[in-house]
Write a protein that binds this ligand. Structure first.
Ligand code: GDP
Length: 315
């Protein structure tokens, strides 16, 4: 087992899932670390197929792996496609973690999500709240898969001495997000809908649910920086929460998004859509004690994401 600190310089680092929002941000961040970044496209390697993953690992032999590959989506996608969310994520995790052990990967970082915690966990949610109560129903399939991934890393550490670590990020947003309103998370959905409403001269913006649930949002460039930090400075069985340290009500978020996008109409809350879990705020004291803190405020992050959307997502 390698002990922290782990030096990325000169290492071959596979970013699994480099095409997604998190993977792409990691590739940008790791470019500053003097390591060799390895990536492979979906058409070449389907991470849900064990033989594909084993062949790729045997071929490229990475020394470090970051698992940013996952089937992800917002509350409606999670709720309506449970089989995909549980199967894809379990398959990706077992294939990559087992394959990494077999080919002698020195360091692996697995990414979970704050939805692994019980629906009614005390706030802010500390790492030891895991498995102390029932999960939120709308994303339980994804949460169960992510809990299994965390446990896989712990098991391979215990039995084989692998330096596999796990991080649990808050709700993420930023450049490269999925802006399709049917499957996206709330920030991308509302940026898109507010932009469309402004452009169409509409007088209201549809916001799902009551507006009362509270969420913690972390800018993806900050997440990538935290992951580069953890790879180099953390080695341990316990998972580490990665968050901004504050949350906001969805209604307030929608008002802020209206401001950032220049939409001047009303917010129309739609109670026929689910609220999901009432509050998700991570206790980030473990990560703070290790020496990392985020640097992007929500308003700045939203403005940068909106700029990215206008330049890249409006085809
Ligand atoms: P969650 O953290 O798994 O619930 O993920 P989401 O980002 O999908 O949703 C967060 C909260 O935002 C929930 O309470 C949603 O009901 C609310 N929300 C409001 N408007 C929207 C929208 O247009 N899309 C999504 N995905 N959520 C919305």
């Amino acid at each position: 087992m390698t002990d922290a600190p782990y030096r990325l310089a000169g290492r071959r680092v596979w970013v699994a899932g480099h095409g997604g929002m998190v993977g792409a941000a990691l590739v940008r961040r790791l470019a500053r670390e003097d390591c060799e970044i390895l990536t492979v496209g979906r058409a070449e390697v389907d991470l849900r197929r064990q033989s594909d993953v084993e062949a790729w690992l045997a071929d490229v032999r990475p020394q470090a792996v970051v698992m940013a590959a996952a089937t992800v989506g917002g509350i409606q996608a999670n709720d309506s496609r449970p089989a995909e969310f549980i199967y894809d994520n379990l398959a990706i995790e077992t294939n990559v973690v087992h394959g990494a052990w077999r080919c002698g990967v020195e360091k692996l970082l697995f990414l979970g999500s704050s939805c692994i915690y019980p629906r009614d966990a005390a706030q802010p949610m500390a790492e030891d709240a895991l498995l102390t109560g029932p999960l939120e129903a709308t994303n339980q399939w994804y949460a169960v898969a992510k809990i299994a991934g965390l446990k896989l890393c712990q098991a391979y550490r215990r039995q084989y001495g692998c330096d596999f670590i796990t991080a649990m990020p808050a709700n993420l947003y930023g450049p490269g997000d999925n802006f399709d309103p049917a499957s996206s998370h709330v920030i991308a959905a509302l940026l898109h809908k507010a932009h469309e409403a402004k452009t169409a001269g509409a007088d209201s913006l549809a916001v799902w649910g009551s507006g009362r649930p509270r969420r913690e949002f972390l800018y993806v460039e900050d997440l990538a920086d935290a992951l580069a930090f953890l790879l180099q400075n953390y080695s341990g069985e316990a998972h580490v929460n990665v968050g901004a340290g504050k949350d906001i009500a969805i209604g307030e978020l929608a008002a802020l998004i209206a401001e950032v996008t220049g939409f001047a109409g009303d917010l129309a809350f739609d109670p026929s859509k689910p609220d999901g879990t009432p509050r998700k705020l991570l206790d980030v004291s473990r990560l703070r004690a290790l020496g990392w803190a985020p640097s992007t405020g929500l308003r700045d992050g939203l403005a940068q994401t909106y700029r990215w959307y206008c330049e890249n997502a409006l085809a």
